[in-house]
Structure formats: C-alpha cells, structure tokens
Design a binder for this molecule. Structure first.
Ligand SMILES: NC(=O)c1ccc[n+]([C@@H]2O[C@H](COP(=O)([O-])OP(=O)(O)OC[C@H]3O[C@@H](n4cnc5c(N)ncnc54)[C@H](O)[C@@H]3O)[C@@H](O)[C@H]2O)c1
Length: 319
C-alpha cells in the first residue's frame, strides 16, 4: 500500500526537486509539502497539498500529521552551514528544537518512519578526512555540524529506546539547478550560473579545497533507496553517501573544456575555514552493503548535466 509522506522545509534546494519526484512516484494525494513561506509558484503548478508550518510549532506539526494520516515524515527544515555561522542562535533553535519536535511527534504518533538528513558537516578536524569511514570520530566545529551529530545521536537513541524507525543520510554537497540554501558547497552550483551568464566567477573557497559531492538525482535516489530499504537489513541508522570528490580548480578545468574563456578568481572567506574541517572523500561502503547504494553520475557527466540544465533554465546557450 502506498505510504503518505509529510515533508518539512519543502521549498528548499532539495525539496524543490524532491516534491515533484515524489508526486511522480506515489501520486500527489500521498504528498503533503510544508514550509515557512507561502506556497511557491512551483507548488501551485504541481497542485500539491501545501501548508505553512514552522517546524518549531509543536501543535501545528502534530495536527498536520494526524489530519493527513501521515506514515513517514521527511524532515528537511534546517539552517545550513554558512547561514548557521552567521546566526548560531537561529541555527540552534531551528536545527535542535525543530528536530526534537519532529522526533517527539514521530514517537508520540507512532509514525512508521522518520527520515532526517545529516551532512558531511557532522565530521570535523579530528576525523580522518580522506575516505572517511561510516563510523569514526565526529567532533564538528560548526553549529550546523553539531546539530547534525545531535540529529544522528538522538535518532539512534529513539530507535533503541522507542523502536522509532529513524533513518539518515550524510549528504555531501548536493548539485542541481535549484538555488542552494546557504551552505559551504554552494560554490559548485553558483559557478555554473556565472560561467554561463558572465564567464567569470569569484570563488569563496581556495582552489585546493576537495569536498565530496553528488548530483541532485543521486541525492533523491539515495533518499528513496534508504527510505524503502527493509528495516531488518539495516545495522546502522546514519550512512555516508557520495558520488564524487573534486576541488574548485578541477571543476574550473572541466568547465573550461566547454567554455574556454571562463575566468576564475579566488577570495576564500570563512566558508573556506569550514570546508577544510570536512571530509575530502567518503567511504560509503556501509550504505552499499546494507541497502545496495550506488550513484549514477560521476564528475564529467555531472559537469555536462549542470551546464545543460542551467543553460536551459537561463535560456542562455553555454557554447
Ligand atoms: N543541499 C545540500 O548540499 C545539503 C548537504 C548536506 C545536507 N543537507 C541537508 O538536507 C536538508 C535539506 O537541505 P536543503 O539544501 O534543501 O536546504 P535549504 O536551506 O535549501 O532548505 C531548508 C528549508 O528549511 C526551511 N526552514 C528553515 N527554518 C524553518 C522553520 N523554522 N520551519 C520550517 N522550515 C524552515 C527553509 O525555509 C528552507 O526552505 C537539510 O537537513 C540539510 O541540512 C543538504
């Protein structure tokens, strides 16, 4: 039987791709999108059920979960890394209180599953940063990273104590045509927009900062694959997932194969400091073993996909 889903933070970068993909998979009658703002034009077009909901609103969340008889909650509302460093108090309130609210509502209403993304930001400078294992030291130094460790540990705790089916993915930087929401990997999206529009880009990370990434379609694939995995196969609750790793310098040289006149300047800011405490590459073998994770897009294909997608969106040819 088809499950019914409620998604928080649904008009964010991932939500804007997730909601149409979910409607296609399970039909719009099984998808309830929520967010803090008024319904965005995309959701009007999709004619998806939409409600305004601040994730810190205990009563509002519970009412919607009951009203729509929700089976699975996808909790995407979050303040991301760069925005979190500018306002740690806001990040604390949304990422800690907001997640706790999602967790408690899932427990009280006996939901079938709670899926809440973690991030590579959950790791920190004391983590082995090359081929980072699934289980390792996690001592992040950003408020965002600390909130993701909290998400993972509390999710685990509720799984053990209350048998809540909590599942989480440590997304790397997610790349797509959708506008990013204030993270440290946003450069790898902005760069395509600027390469097509102005043929120039000033990068806020240094040329050598290597980070793990994946294309949006692989992010969605990993999300659906984990949500649908049989519970008895899962020995972990949080999983590394990745598709590629690259530096700004490597990305520039691949873009230049299509736009030779593209120029880059580097002006590293505080985000360079955050990125250097994050893994350069991830070992996602646990996800591969437990629920057959496998990405579809590698680096060169991703660059081609991004150039084509953003060029179409802007209506500006890239070659
Ligand atoms: N995009 C990435 O590269 C990436 C990487 C790792 C992890 N993640 C995680 O994936 C999830 C979704 O990320 P995203 O990229 O779509 O982020 P985003 O910033 O684009 O979207 C997050 C959404 O949460 C909403 N939100 C903020 N405060 C809220 C509140 N109080 N109540 C309700 N909604 C609120 C925002 O308005 C926004 O629409 C987050 O948990 C994020 O940490 C994303």
């Amino acid at each position: 039987m088809t499950k019914r889903f409620l998604i928080t933070g649904s008009y964010g970068q991932i939500g804007q791709a997730l909601i149409p993909a979910m409607i296609e998979r399970i039909g719009k009658e099984n998808v309830v999108a929520t967010g803090r703002k008024k319904r965005i034009p995309l959701f009007k077009e999709l004619d998806v059920i939409y409600h305004r909901l601040d994730i810190r609103d205990h009563y509002g969340l519970r009412s919607l979960l009951v009203e729509y008889d929700i089976d699975i909650l996808i909790h995407n509302a979050s303040v991301l890394s760069a925005t979190g460093e500018k306002n740690p108090q806001l990040a604390h309130s949304i990422n800690f209180e907001g997640f706790y609210n999602a967790l408690e509502a899932s427990r009280e209403l006996n939901l079938e599953q709670l899926f809440a993304p973690s991030s590579i930001a959950a790791f920190g400078p004391t983590t082995p940063l090359v081929n980072t294992p699934n289980t390792t030291i996690m001592e992040p130094t950003s408020i965002y990273g600390i909130s993701k460790v909290y998400t993972e540990l509390m999710g685990n705790y509720y799984n053990k104590k209350y048998d809540l089916d909590f599942r989480s993915l440590r997304y790397p930087g997610v790349l797509g045509v959708e506008e990013p929401g204030g993270g440290t990997t946003d450069y790898a999206i902005d760069i395509f927009y600027e390469a097509i529009k102005t043929k120039k880009y000033t990068c806020f990370l240094g040329p050598d900062v290597r980070l793990p990434m994946m294309l949006m379609s692989d992010c969605l694939k990993s999300t659906f694959d984990l949500i649908e995995a049989p519970n008895e196969k899962l020995k972990h609750r949080s999983f590394n997932v990745t598709a590629m790793s690259f530096t700004p310098e490597e990305l520039v040289s691949e873009i230049k194969k299509y736009i030779p006149e593209f120029e880059i300047a580097y002006e590293p800011d505080f985000r360079d400091g955050i990125a250097r405490t994050w893994p350069q590459s991830l070992d996602d073998s646990v996800a591969r073993e437990e629920w057959d994770w496998k990405p579809e897009y590698a680096f060169e294909d991703m660059v081609k996909f991004m150039l084509e997608g953003i060029s179409n969106r802007l209506g500006i040819p890239y070659k």
